[in-house]
Design a protein around this ligand. Structure first.
Ligand SMILES: C[S@@+](CC[C@H](N)C(=O)[O-])C[C@H]1O[C@@H](n2cnc3c(N)ncnc32)[C@H](O)[C@@H]1O
Length: 247
């Protein structure tokens, strides 16, 4: 049976994709649910601890709210906090995010390494978006809160970027919906292209673990097989979900 963390209210916790900054619950409830999810990741050996700086997350959130152009996003406040916290705890020198659309999903990860929420020094935080006009907007958004260029968005196929990347990939975030009918099936292709570059303890974060549909099932089966990944937990606290797996 798949290992999971499930919040009792995951089906009722619904966001309006066009109003991503609207508060859905009291802040202390959001913090508690995410802390419980982090504790489940620690219990399965995916993270060493649950501690991150909540004030920095709020500074990051405010910068995104005021400076990012976001036509829509499915990243809920719980998911934003979890992605930030996982990166703040794991502190990847190199992180690649595949399929970043307007960049909100990318910066939820990269915001632990750059901008007002930064809590460690990263080397390369790379978002990849295959549609050039979306990649341009995402890059424009990211530049507003990271003048350094450590975080950047490339207009490219994530498969190529991962295959060509030189150096270890400590966190790989998957959100691409593929093309040519591949849909979320492309997650497994991207992970397999990255696998040899991922050191022991590297994490893969797969968005839409709950609502990703049939095409995502081979991916979920693969990361949940102990021959491939050391541990894997499906975090279910909103209708999208995040599968967190460690090599
Ligand atoms: C559904 S969006 C992700 C949105 C994100 N979950 C959010 O809520 O902000 C998926 C993105 O993946 C992009 N994409 C699809 N295939 C890709 C690939 N091979 N490489 C990079 N990006 C890709 C699409 O153009 C699209 O913008």
């Amino acid at each position: 049976m798949a290992c999971e963390f499930r919040a009792a209210d995951w089906q009722e916790y619904k966001m309006d994709f066009r109003e991503p900054h609207r508060e859905l619950e009291p802040l202390e409830d959001e913090v508690r649910v995410v802390d419980e999810a982090l504790a489940a990741l620690v219990a399965e050996g995916l993270l060493p601890h649950t501690a991150y700086d909540g004030a920095k997350l709020l500074a990051h959130r405010e910068a995104v709210r005021t400076q990012f152009e976001i036509p829509w996003t499915a990243i809920s406040p719980r998911m934003q906090r979890l992605l930030y916290a996982i990166n703040a705890i794991r502190q990847p020198r190199n992180m690649i995010a595949a399929g970043v659309f307007c960049g909100n999903t990318f910066i939820s990860n990269a915001g632990a390494g750059v901008g007002p929420g930064a809590c460690y020094e990263a080397a390369a935080l790379i978002g990849v978006e295959i549609k050039p006009e979306e990649a341009e907007r995402a890059e424009r958004n990211v530049r507003k809160i990271d003048p350094t260029g450590v975080a950047r968005v490339l207009a490219a196929d994530a498969l190529d970027v991962v295959a060509d990347f030189e150096g270890p990939i400590e966190v790989l975030y998957l959100d691409a919906d593929g093309d040519r009918g591949r849909g979320k099936g492309i997650y497994l292709e991207i992970l397999q292209a990255a696998y040899e570059k991922m050191p022991d303890g590297a994490l893969v974060l797969a968005h839409n673990s709950v609502n990703g549909g049939d095409k995502l099932q081979p991916y979920l089966g693969w990361v949940r097989h102990p021959a491939n990944m050391r541990a894997s937990v499906n975090v279910i606290f909103d209708p999208e979900g995040l599968e967190v797996s460690a090599k």
